[in-house]
Design a protein around this ligand. Structure first.
Ligand code: FEO
Length: 398
């Protein structure tokens, strides 16, 4: 059934949600689906902002045709060429063959790679700050390179103050019965997923996010219309502040996360005891995760949230326990910064994971790796209490 929604003057949401997808990008488990947002401005000229993922193509095309009726589409503005938003470009062109595709030079490089059959379609190449009038609405373009693809850009409607922000300000999670963030308890319903989405997908590009946030600070934003998740029209500054923190790698919470790997439970037992002492001595919230049981993307999101990260890791094949090694490699790839790390290694005959973890984590910017490291030979016992306490005290004081 056709299902588009009015946002503000002549501006509509025509997206949909996929609640069947188990893993976004075939990597990130979805607890609660994901939405693919697409927007239309119905002015003298009609503009469509991005298309949608193939999984919701029927709903998207039905919404588009239902909203436009017998009117023709003048412009398809392509803010992002990743297939979860561009998959329907050829189908839109088939429905509206006179449509002009609007994008930057890189947009059209990718368009040609994904859709060589559209090489002869009418195109309008725009650059930073250029304007496009639809009649009452005047659009301007803000380049957002590497947030998180090179061609990404925002489109700002100077008439309504709506910022079409591509993937920025998006989140995992299907759209329920409301399209606006203020129709939800956002912190309860979406914040953890918004953080997980940011950290894992955009996290590496903090500097580029900072550059575009600086540009956005100069414009009067009344609506943020992202490609995933609800639309912002209230408390916009609150969510921009989250992006400010996330993109500068500043911890949101002065809390401690303990992540352990454990083959038979001995390292887990040590991590549990340390976490209890950390809670007791610091008075701060402590969360414990099993690196083999919690998806890496959830752990990355917790690392983005918390100030202190305590890793308990067995030695495996003279190296780092594989799931922990994968997590640390992901931290390095995502350029985690500004954190306190504390390391505990276990090894029954030649503990080596602590030194190896130190080497990898030392490549990150502005990290403090707490001394002393805790070394466990097979299991912790009451006789190790002094060493455990010294380790915990060092974490608390760091
Ligand atoms: Fe939602 Fe970068 O695509």
């Amino acid at each position: 059934m056709v299902n588009y929604k009015h946002i503000t003057d002549e501006t509509y949401w025509i997206g949909g949600s996929d609640r069947r997808l188990s893993r976004f990008e075939n990597i990130f488990p979805l607890r609660d689906g994901v939405s693919y947002n697409s927007y239309v401005i119905m002015d003298e000229k009609i503009a469509l902002f991005d298309t949608a993922d193939i999984s919701i193509s029927d709903q998207f095309l039905e919404n588009l045709k239902g909203l436009l009726g017998d009117k023709k589409l003048d412009y398809l503005i392509i803010n992002h060429m990743e297939p979860d938003h561009c998959s329907q470009i050829a189908n839109v062109v088939a429905l509206y063959p006179d449509v002009t595709l609007v994008g930057n030079a890189k947009t059209f490089t990718f368009l040609s790679q994904f859709f060589p059959e559209l090489n002869d379609q009418t195109k309008q190449t725009i650059a930073e700050g250029e304007e496009l009038s639809l009649g009452k609405h005047t659009l301007t373009f803000v380049m957002a390179p590497m947030v998180h693809w090179p061609e990404a850009m925002f489109t700002y409607d100077k008439t309504t103050g709506a910022l079409f922000s591509a993937d920025a300000f998006g989140t995992f999670g299907a759209i329920d019965a409301g399209i606006f963030a203020d129709e939800y308890d956002f912190e309860k319903r979406f914040l953890d997923e918004a953080r997980r989405y940011y950290a894992n997908i955009v996290g590496k590009y903090g500097m580029q996010v900072q550059a575009v946030l600086k540009k956005a600070a100069g414009i009067d934003i009344k609506y943020i219309c992202p490609l995933h998740g609800p639309i912002w029209r209230e408390n916009i500054a609150w969510f921009i502040d989250k992006y400010q923190k996330w993109s500068t790698y500043e911890p949101e919470d002065d809390e401690i996360v303990v992540i352990y790997g454990s083959l038979y439970g001995h390292t887990e037992s040590a991590a549990q005891k340390a976490a209890e002492l950390l809670r007791e001595k610091s008075g701060k919230a402590v969360r414990i995760y099993d690196v083999s049981q919690t998806h890496q993307s959830e752990l990355i999101a917790e690392i983005w949230r918390c100030k202190k990260i305590v890793l308990f890791c067995p030695t495996y094949n003279n190296g780092i326990y594989i799931p922990m090694e994968n997590l640390i490699s992901d931290m390095v790839a995502l350029t985690v910064q500004n954190r306190v790390f504390a390391l505990a290694q276990n090894g029954s005959w030649a503990p080596a994971s602590g030194k190896l973890m130190t080497e990898k984590l030392s490549t990150l910017k502005n990290v403090n790796i707490v001394e002393p490291m805790l070394t466990i030979k097979s299991a912790l016992h009451e006789t190790d209490e002094a060493e455990l306490n010294a380790f915990v005290n060092a974490v608390v004081e760091a």
